[in-house]
Design a binder for this molecule. Sequence first.
Ligand code: AMP
Ligand code: MG
Length: 494
Amino acid sequence: MQPHTASQSTTTGWNFDNSYARLPQPFYSIQNPTPVKTPGMAIFNRAFAQSIGLDTDTLAGPEGALFFGGNQLPPGAAPIAQAYAGHQFGHFTMLGDGRAILLGEHLAPDGTRFDIQLKGSGQTPFSRRGDGRAALGPMLREYIISEAMAALGIPTTRSLAVVTTGEPVFRDTPLPGAILTRVASSHIRVGTFEFAANFSKPEELRALADYTLARHYPEARQADNPYLELLRSVMTRQASLVAKWQCVGFIHGVMNTDNMALSGETIDYGPCAFMDHYDPATVFSSIDRQGRYAYSNQPPIAQWNLARFAEALLPLLDPDPETAIHLAQEAISEFPALFQGYWLSGMRAKLGLFNEEAEDITLIQDLLTLMHQQQADFTRTFRRLLSSGTLAQEPFFADAAFTDWHAQWQARLNRQPESFHESEAFMRAHNPSVIPRNYRVEEALEAAVTQGNLKVMEMLLEALKDPYADIPAHEEYRLPPPPSEYPYQTFCGT
Ligand code: AMP
Ligand code: MG
């Protein structure tokens, strides 16, 4: 069965272009989504849909479910499965969209280009032994976490809708099937370049690089060496992104090179989670036995992935291979300092520090060390720091070691011209009050998957919309998990 194309006259707001499908042949395979039995809307992101010029009234209804289930194609869509390779846990493999279809690019009224991708929409030539499908729990999980990240101000792909398919997927047990509509600046990954470098012709690699420059880094084309500038620009966005993750305690879980987007958006929410008590060795993914993608490893892994990107770019960096390697190494070696700069400014903001002092790093590290020793909750500790002098409700704040640190921090605040009031506002804007805590996410998924009850998730999403506010009604979402919830693990959940 094939999907049918909606007539151009339907008022849906879709405005498709298909620039990726104009790239050379090896980069994709023409592929329609496989229609599903009974598409039913589980959740539709009205606010986001509206912000990109879609007709929310039409799409929230049965017609929307047809689009988001892959049974009906938006006018102008030219569906493809993208080819890519990647290093998974350090090992190089050919991958590609095995269960995702790029419908094309929707142009918002302001001209912004968004990939519209259906995840879980059937088999493709890249499916290997997979069924091309996805289960409801993991798709809702991606919806919740990606929307929480967006509300936190962290670059991320967005979630437009999740529909149930009316078909089971078979994992360890039969589970309800679902499709997520993912919206992204693009789905060009480090792995897309690894694919080009290993499996396509030199001029095709160049076409991909030119396309990426035009789509994401148009200003880099003016540089003396635009491809070196592309590498540096991607590095800058990744350094900034991973620093933001570290500052909110987000652990991606599967930082394989195919899960690193060149746009600088967080992509592919699998076994990811926010840390509760602070421990730099925290790993959530049940498949990450070596702790490769642990919290404290995220910056060095980002650098490792960028080195794979640089390797793929080598033929474009310079005609002389030795010079190309030298340029690549020089650029990649700058990553730690680049990251450190973003991280320090993020952590200074968390502590209400406007100016810079050389000892700030020690002040920050000392606090983190204390938090680690005492298993203090990462989010709550930072959020409550401002009131820590007067209200010692948290056992952590009553500790003598903390009192010493607090005195030093107060002295540091007094050495800057800004008032305490200004610091407080600054801290409020950089220390979230509500994050998608694992136990709340799991509770919402459990209700949705086993009882078909979406209310729990909708309430959680409501609390996550305004993460820097202190809304009394959301107090319960600020609470750390009860001790029984440890240790927490997320499963790959495909
Ligand atoms: P991920 O772990 O989601 O980043 O996926 C890694 C690779 O496995 C990608 O090439 C996916 O398209 C593929 N994949 C994951 N699940 C499935 C599935 N159920 N059917 C086909 N391919 C899949
Ligand atoms: Mg992936």
